[in-house]
Ligand binder design. Structure first.
Ligand SMILES: NC(=O)c1ccc[n+]([C@@H]2O[C@H](COP(=O)([O-])OP(=O)(O)OC[C@H]3O[C@@H](n4cnc5c(N)ncnc54)[C@H](OP(=O)(O)O)[C@@H]3O)[C@@H](O)[C@H]2O)c1
Length: 211
């Protein structure tokens, strides 16, 4: 059985997830930030794409909880990850998922997992992780990775914290990037599960709609 997959992101009220130059900004408020770290602590693994590593350089650890050590997984077909990335430091295990023709790089203790060709094969990756006992995965972006999980319907929950700010910009990263669904028939319908005000923002939780 594939692990449970929770997609989570923080967006402005106009659906943007960074500044127009792709640089990170504080979108979550403190309460939502706490919620995300709590959620990380309940998961066995966290997935992000290489774009997020290159732009934000996150450590993807759990703050205020040294016991929870979710595996950090980076989708990085060509092994572009800089060797000084924060995600490669610390005690928590990190897996860099790469494609067949990836660049050879010495990442020390970090596991390099071949999984796919032109991009990471998400179905295969989730199956390998499931076999290793991973039961719950948090996907934290960015826009291209979020799009892939949504498009391939490889998720169970989809959570967005909408902050009361507007960022704007035609090219500013949005919650779901990629090519988008090209016609009305192929659009993905979600089931709204709950809406909660968190300070000056809104947390909307959705489930995948069962057909
Ligand atoms: N507000 C938030 O919650 C939040 C969270 C995270 C990120 N962000 C923002 O998101 C932006 C980064 O988004 P991004 O789209 O550039 O990067 P991304 O989604 O983190 O990574 C995308 C890259 O991952 C690799 N990849 C490999 N297999 C893939 C697959 N099956 N599906 C999708 N991607 C795959 C591809 O690069 P290769 O072909 O080289 O492998 C792809 O270009 C930044 O501006 C960051 O600040 C915001």
């Amino acid at each position: 059985m594939r692990p449970k997959v929770i997609l989570n992101c923080a967006a402005s009220a106009d659906g943007k997830i960074s500044l127009p130059n792709r640089k990170q900004l504080a979108i979550s408020n403190n309460e939502d930030f706490e919620r995300v770290h709590e959620l990380r602590s309940e998961c066995d693994a966290i997935i992000v794409g290489i774009g997020t590593i290159l732009e934000d350089n996150p450590s993807l650890t759990v703050r205020n909880n040294t016991k929870a050590k979710p595996i950090r997984i980076i989708l990085d077909t060509h092994c572009r990850i800089p060797t000084d990335s924060k995600v490669l430091r610390g005690e928590n295990k990190t897996i860099v998922a790469v494609g067949k023709n990836h660049k050879e790089k010495n990442l020390g203790e970090t596991e390099i997992l071949e999984c796919g060709n032109k991009k990471i094969d998400l179905t295969q990756l989730l199956s390998i992780l499931g076999e290793r006992g991973v039961k719950k995965i948090l996907v934290e972006g960015g826009e291209t990775v979020m799009w892939s999980f949504l498009k391939e319907k490889l998720f169970d929950e989809y959570n967005v914290f909408f902050s009361s700010i507007i960022i704007g910009g035609v090219k500013t990263p949005t919650i779901a990037g990629g090519n988008g669904f090209q016609n009305e028939k192929s659009i993905l319908n979600l089931k709204l599960r709950s809406v909660k005000q968190i300070g000056n923002g809104i947390l909307a939780k959705y489930n995948k709609k069962k057909n």
